[in-house]
Design a protein around this ligand. Structure first.
Ligand code: CTP
Length: 402
């Protein structure tokens, strides 16, 4: 019963996945949560309020003014009562309304008056989910601190396949448990995270880069933020929406990443270099015009970029430095060498040739090496879960240095 004593307002909006909210409601109650359901009028077209009333044993609220009577401050009461407002399924409409501050029914009014975290579990047709307006609303809401359980790719109600499918109720419950039982062990800590690749352009239209998605670094930044840290995220080019951090800096080249990190590291006590910066640049031989193809082979004159960690390790002081190592062979030996050479407290090694590891967007399989303990092999897990495991170990190191 991991949600004992937790009070949750479950907001159900109008979408075919509304029937799955019934399972979600049962699972939340099974975990010990006290749940009050609020439905929009369109949600009632898919599932009746009576279903949720029967499952929860609690009255369900739909109308702001039931029977045209003024119900005092029901919305404010529910907003104050809740430890979490969970909108599942969340339509494009509710995301748009919340992002624009529209409060024209009971649920949107409760969200507007919320004093607790608000979490959305979106479900919609792929084209609606990928619509730039929807994605813009999601980015805006994330930047404002609203939480999301991302929709998954798979069969949609229309039998089409694509992103937008309602996440399984179990994964929503896990996200709720994680949010409501989150430790605040990073209160007062200042964490700097780097993420993604860097690009070194050889001409105006081509670059040397790597397939890093940035997902690992973004997950660490998000986890550190939710554990109470003040977080800066320096990111190379990625397709991800910025997580709700205190400071977000977007860079392209390794040199730009170095400058951004150097400027910020002074104010931080933890640096996590999850980025995969390009090791070589053609800056000195950059062609201002597009290199035209020919039948001749092309020789590029590349010079090494700055090794950010190595350079900063000299002025590390009491800061905790965490690095990543991407190795296809001799993983432990190579990573241990980097641990020493870059003066790190901890290094996370992964082998991109292993199933589910490396640049893949959602999971990773790693071994953690530290200067003080034996290598620790972790099973395949979601990058967000791994982010918390890494921070658990950083927290232990902090305990030793405090
Ligand atoms: N790193 C860095 N500056 C670079 C390259 C890498 O600070 N120019 C950091 C990475 O963010 C990572 C760690 O160093 O935390 C190890 O990166 P990795 O690419 O595994 O190793 P490299 O040092 O680049 O060495 P090699 O590519 O030869 O394995």
């Amino acid at each position: 019963m991991r949600l004992s004593g937790k009070k949750i307002v479950l907001g159900v909006t109008g979408c075919i996945a509304a029937y799955k909210a019934c399972y979600l409601l049962r699972s939340l109650i099974r975990e010990g949560a006290e749940v009050r359901t609020v439905m929009t009028r369109s949600a009632c077209k898919f599932v009746t309020a009576l279903t949720f009333e029967s499952l929860s044993g609690q009255p369900v609220s739909v109308e702001m003014f039931p029977d045209n009577r003024f119900t005092s401050v029901h919305h404010i009461h529910l907003a104050e009562w809740a430890d979490l407002i969970l909108v599942a399924p969340a339509t494009a409409n509710i995301l748009g309304k919340t992002a624009s501050g529209v409060s024209d029914d009971l649920l949107t009014t409760i969200i507007c008056a919320a004093q607790s975290p608000v979490m959305f579990a979106p479900a919609m047709n792929s084209f609606m989910w990928t619509n730039p307006v929807t994605q813009g609303n999601v980015s805006k809401l994330k930047a404002l601190g609203y939480r999301f359980v991302e929709p998954v790719a798979g069969d949609l109600a229309s039998w089409a396949k694509g992103p937008g499918r309602f996440p399984e109720p179990e994964s929503i419950v896990e996200a709720v448990v994680r949010l409501l039982s989150v430790a605040r062990d990073f209160d007062g800590q200042r964490v700097l995270v780097t993420a993604g690749p860097t690009y070194e352009f050889i001409d105006p239209v081509r670059f040397i880069g790597n397939p890093s998605t940035g997902a690992m670094g973004y997950a660490i930044a998000e986890a550190a933020k939710s554990r109470g840290a003040k977080v800066s995220l320096v990111s190379g080019p990625t397709m991800l929406n910025a997580p709700p951090v205190d400071d977000f800096c977007s860079v392209v080249s390794t040199e730009q990443m170095f400058e951004a990190v150097k400027e910020r590291v002074k104010d931080c006590n933890i640096l996590v270099m999850a980025a995969a910066p390009a090791d070589y640049t053609s800056a000195t031989s950059f062609s201002k015009t597009k290199i035209k193809k020919s039948d001749e082979s092309l020789a590029l004159n590349l010079s090494p970029t700055v090794d950010i960690l190595k350079k900063l390790s000299r002025s590390k002081g009491k800061r905790v430095f965490v690095g990543f190592a991407l190795e296809t062979d001799n993983e432990i030996t190579n990573a241990r060498k980097k641990l020493l050479e870059k003066n790190l407290d901890m290094i996370i090694v992964n082998n991109p040739t292993e199933e589910g590891a490396g640049f893949g967007p959602t999971t990773n399989k790693v071994t953690i090496l530290s200067s003080k303990s034996r290598p620790e092999r972790l099973p395949l897990m979601a990058k967000r879960e791994l982010a918390d495991k890494i921070l658990d170990r950083v927290s232990k190191i902090l305990g030793r240095t405090r």
